[in-house]
Write a protein that binds this ligand. Structure first.
Ligand SMILES: Cc1cc2nc3c(=O)[nH]c(=O)nc-3n(C[C@H](O)[C@H](O)[C@H](O)COP(=O)(O)OP(=O)(O)OC[C@H]3O[C@@H](n4cnc5c(N)ncnc54)[C@H](O)[C@@H]3O)c2cc1C
Length: 133
């Protein structure tokens, strides 16, 4: 389960209060199967905010003598199944664009219907994609 909100949205949650946090997060999944929301409400551990950070897809750094950026320090993007072995900007740009498509497919406004439609051999952005959850 993932929440796609700007960081500022999470500022309104006191993560030090685990029970309130669980209830606040679970409320975002109102209407989901109880077996799934129980993963939030019945958890033994306190919720931890783990944010996903990214640079713009075509981001370039100004060259600075003596400084070399490697890996995500150079081109961090949303997780889409690639990243660890990408070293060149051209490759990382293409993968960053693909990663955004994947994240939108799995977590975007058409989820989960868009992904289910794709698995069924249909159009992931077809007319049947009308719900966000
Ligand atoms: C949820 C998720 C799923 C992913 N799935 C895949 C996948 O399936 N396939 C794939 O190829 N890639 C995947 N990636 C991307 C991949 O994990 C990254 O591209 C890769 O880990 C980047 O390696 P890195 O060494 O550049 O950075 P990191 O792995 O982030 O390493 C940076 C290290 O620096 C440390 N650090 C930070 N600040 C300091 C400091 N001030 N002092 C000392 N140490 C510091 C951090 O603790 C960290 O250990 C995924 C990423 C995420 C978030």
């Amino acid at each position: 389960m993932i929440l796609s909100h700007p960081l500022a949205w999470f500022d309104g949650i006191d993560f030090a209060d685990a029970d309130v946090t669980r209830a606040r997060i679970a409320a975002e999944f109102d209407g989901w199967a109880p077996e799934l929301t129980a993963l939030v409400t019945d958890s033994d551990t306190a919720p931890v905010l783990r944010s996903i950070h990214e640079l713009p897809d075509r981001h370039r750094w100004v060259r600075v003598p003596g400084v070399t950026l490697l890996g995500d320090a150079a081109h961090v993007t949303v997780p889409g199944g690639e990243g660890a072995n990408i070293a060149m900007f051209e490759r990382s740009e293409a993968e960053a664009a693909a990663a955004h498509e994947t994240v939108d497919l799995v977590f975007g406004t058409g989820a989960p219907h868009a992904l289910a439609s794709l698995f069924a051999g249909g159009d992931p952005v077809g007319d049947d994609v009308t719900q966000s959850r």
